[in-house]
Design a protein around this ligand. Structure first.
Ligand code: AMP
Ligand code: MN
Ligand code: MN
Ligand code: MN
Length: 277
């Protein structure tokens, strides 16, 4: 059985390990088919592939694109992409371009609630300054004693409805899927269990995604509970989507999921990697 881990992060976005170190952890976790999927960024793909192949893992290139759909942020993973594709490269560069300005506004909001200098602070944690993420703000707040953990920071300051949350216009679903498919890849709805949509909105999202040629959804992910594995396995069956599996690993000890450690996909689902050679 294939131990596939098709969702994780490196220092090219909001992970804490360089691609080669994530690769070693994936191999140590028993992963045989791996994709590194940094947020809105593919600059780490060559390093990841080289490291994976040196360790004897199959590698497919990946990315996790931030998308605004029905006034909320969702994430669409692109797998088996060609990271050199011009449309993808340019599209991601454009969508990344909004992050710095958003980061400055987040810092202003945090200053309003008594946390100064968060822009400079967060930037120190961002190995890739083009990819300033809320995660970098969260690490800064923890290190400076404002909160116990990064999940605490999100709950108190950075999640929707909290004082440091700044609404942002990401790529459209059509754009993100166009970039992924134009680069030869498969679009995958990441961790659907995390989105606060109504049943009607979810049904519309899955319909639109299927109409746009969307191939798969994440069923077994570090962001889902076991109940959600079952719920989204059912969605995959009903809509005819393939299923993906990934830890969403970011850093040792941060979050709950190690690379390669999640349960396997239910037997009757078609894995997203079925036709990859
Ligand atoms: P951004 O793309 O800058 O909005 O940051 C989103 C990232 O924040 C996600 O990819 C997660 O890594 C992290 N994140 C979001 N919500 C939480 C949470 N509740 N606890 C910990 N990390 C979170
Ligand atoms: Mn992240
Ligand atoms: Mn995500
Ligand atoms: Mn992720």
């Amino acid at each position: 059985m294939t131990n596939a881990d098709l969702h994780c992060h490196s220092t090219y976005s909001d992970g804490l390990l360089a691609p080669a170190d994530v690769a070693r952890r994936a191999r140590d976790g028993g992963v045989s088919l791996w994709a590194m999927t940094d947020h809105d960024e593919i600059a780490g793909q060559r390093e990841a592939r080289a490291a994976a192949e040196a360790l004897g893992m199959r590698y497919v290139e990946g990315v996790e694109i931030s998308v605004t759909w029905a006034n909320r942020t969702i994430h669409v993973v692109g797998l088996a992409i060609d990271s050199g594709n011009r449309g993808l490269v340019d599209g991601l560069a454009a969508t990344r371009g909004g992050r710095d300005g958003r980061g400055r506004v987040i810092a202003d909001r945090l200053a309003d609630v008594g946390i100064p200098d968060a822009y400079e602070g967060a930037l120190k944690y961002a190995n890739n300054p083009a990819l300033l993420s809320r995660t970098h703000f969260a690490r800064f707040l923890v290190e400076h004693g404002y909160c116990e953990s990064t999940s605490d920071v999100f709950a108190r300051y950075l999640a929707e409805g909290r004082p440091g949350f700044v609404p942002h216009q990401w790529a459209t679903l059509e754009q993100a899927m166009g970039w992924i498919q134009g680069a030869g890849g498969t679009a995958v709805i990441a961790h659907p269990g995390r989105y606060k949509y109504t049943q009607i909105e979810f049904a519309a999202l899955f319909d639109v995604f299927r109409d746009l040629g969307g191939g798969a959804i994440e069923v077994v992910t570090g962001s889902h509970t076991p109940d959600q594995y079952r719920e989204y396995a059912d969605v995959a069956r009903r809509y005819g989507f393939r299923a993906s599996r990934g830890s969403d690993f970011h850093a040792p000890g941060e979050g709950r999921t190690e690379l390669g450690s999640l349960p396997m996909l239910p037997d009757d689902l078609t894995p997203v990697w079925r036709d990859w050679q």
